[in-house]
Ligand binder design. Structure first.
Ligand SMILES: Cc1cc2nc3c(=O)[nH]c(=O)nc-3n(C[C@H](O)[C@H](O)[C@H](O)COP(=O)(O)OP(=O)(O)OC[C@H]3O[C@@H](n4cnc5c(N)ncnc54)[C@H](O)[C@@H]3O)c2cc1C
Length: 426
């Protein structure tokens, strides 16, 4: 895969794969944000002999390919959390993601991670004329979660985003955006710097019990550990059937334009990141070198770069006609992991076997939160991870679930298009 992130990543030498047997306190499988946050959280709590195994390079999965939005919340909406958990627990879980945003900010600062953070907030732009969608969410966040998202009137938003497409928006001021792969690499460097061991090109091939411990086999070595953490997202580890069966890998797409220079100002007069109010929303942000990163769509198909570019260019032109002739330099896809309940699956599934997966399309802060919960559980017997126990390992009903997921997406997409069309003609 050719991606903007890979080509602008830090100069980061590959960490050697494992050779021979190793004894560890904890073996983390998966070098994405879930795995690396857990490993760093363990080291920060004073634990030693922490080993991370990654099948490719760190950030090979969703964590090194995403939109770079760092903001609060989960894939599951706040209204659903309130309904399902009640006000206190919902507030607690949502609050955990806000603390995670601050922890990411702190780690970037403390460890001087050069990941181009842009502190300009995240805009939720209304695709529809009906402003109730904004009013209701703004109120719900304020009343039930104590969070303030600021109102952006239609004209003001048109000043910031040079398009007539949107009808106002809300600003999540504490959100920011960054170069996710550089951040992931920064976490891996911290783990190595604090005495942990990250092994790249080192897939875990099997997982078995050896007495009261676990043995993880890799092509040229094995780890025997007291505890194992599975954090393989949509790239399914193939180690426990029930774990893989509980997530649906779903693709989403990103493209990056040529540098726009002064022309970027004809599109965006803000440095904020933007997504919109549709179920199948666009998400985009200006990059420091004046390119525009544009993402969107959800599919069960992992498409070629040419197909990704064709689809996303169509979406881009619905918002910014003025970019009709823009060159696209990069296009890629990545796999998210979704559970049927759209919440992360976090916690202990067997004695000494932990899980952090299913973060969906909203995972940068929640993986950080999960890393803290699992690390605190292993290092300090903290039981806060049990707050996620309502969202367990339910089967994703594959392969029928793939068809269901695609049909759901198309249904929402058609419904949003119908609503927008009706508003225009009405
Ligand atoms: C295109 C895209 C855009 C997104 N945009 C955003 C965004 O802007 N903001 C946001 O908050 N979220 C976003 N997300 C979601 C977010 O990126 C994910 O939720 C998050 O990165 C998941 O992290 P993870 O560690 O669970 O999984 P991953 O990052 O996918 O990591 C899993 C890792 O496990 C490894 N692995 C698998 N099997 C094995 C094995 N057997 N042995 C060793 N290693 C193994 C894989 O190689 C992979 O590196 C986006 C996702 C995608 C795909």
């Amino acid at each position: 895969m050719r991606s903007y992130y890979l080509e602008t990543a830090s100069d980061h030498a590959a960490q050697a794969a494992l050779s021979g047997p190793v004894d560890a306190r904890v073996c983390v499988i998966g070098g994405g944000l879930a795995g690396l946050n857990t490993a760093l959280g363990l080291l920060e709590r004073g634990m030693r002999d922490i080993v991370v195994l990654e099948a490719g390079r760190v950030g090979h999965g969703a964590s090194g390919r995403n939109g770079g939005f760092v903001f609060g919340g989960f894939s599951r909406g706040e209204d659903a959390l309130l309904r399902e958990l009640g006000p206190d627990r919902a507030r607690d879980l949502y609050g955990g993601t806000l603390q995670a945003v601050e922890l990411i900010r702190r780690r970037i600062h403390t460890h001087r991670i050069d990941c181009q953070p842009v502190e300009a907030g995240v805009i939720w732009a209304n695709w529809f004329q009906d402003e109730r969608v904004l009013r209701e969410r703004q109120q719900l966040l304020a009343d039930s979660f104590g969070v303030q998202w600021d109102w952006i009137a239609r004209d003001e938003l048109r000043e910031q985003l040079r398009t007539d497409r949107y009808h106002g928006g809300l600003m999540e001021g504490r959100g920011f955006h960054f170069h996710p792969l550089r951040y992931v690499q920064g976490l891996a460097d911290q783990i190595a710097g604090q005495g942990g061991h990250v092994h790249e090109y080192c897939p875990a091939l099997s997982l078995k019990r050896v007495g009261s411990r676990w043995q993880v086999d890799t092509p040229d070595g094995c780890v025997v550990a007291d505890e194992v953490v599975l954090a393989c997202g949509g790239y399914l580890a193939g180690l426990r059937r029930v774990v893989d069966a509980a997530v649906m890998p779903i693709a989403t797409y990103v493209m990056v334009t040529d540098p726009l220079g002064a022309r970027l100002g004809s599109v965006m007069n803000t440095r904020a990141a933007v997504y919109d109010t549709r179920f199948a929303f666009d998400y985009y942000r200006p990059l420091p070198d004046t390119r525009l990163l544009w993402g969107g769509r959800i599919s069960v198909l992992d498409r070629s770069p040419a197909d990704v570019e064709r689809l996303l260019r169509r979406d881009l032109l619905k918002v910014y006609q003025q970019l009709h002739d823009v060159g696209i330099e990069y296009a890629w896809s990545g796999l998210m992991s979704y559970a049927r309940h759209q919440m992360p699956q976090i916690g202990r599934i067997e004695d000494g076997l932990w899980l952090a997966q299913a973060f969906g399309g909203h995972g940068v802060a929640p993986t950080t939160f999960a890393g803290e919960l699992v690390a605190a559980a292993i290092a300090e017997n903290d039981t806060r991870w049990r707050e996620f126990s309502d969202y367990g390992l339910v089967s994703a009903l594959k392969p029928a679930g793939f068809i269901g997921a695609q049909l759901t997406y198309w249904w929402h997409q058609a419904r949003d298009a119908w609503k927008a069309g009706r508003e225009r003609s009405g």
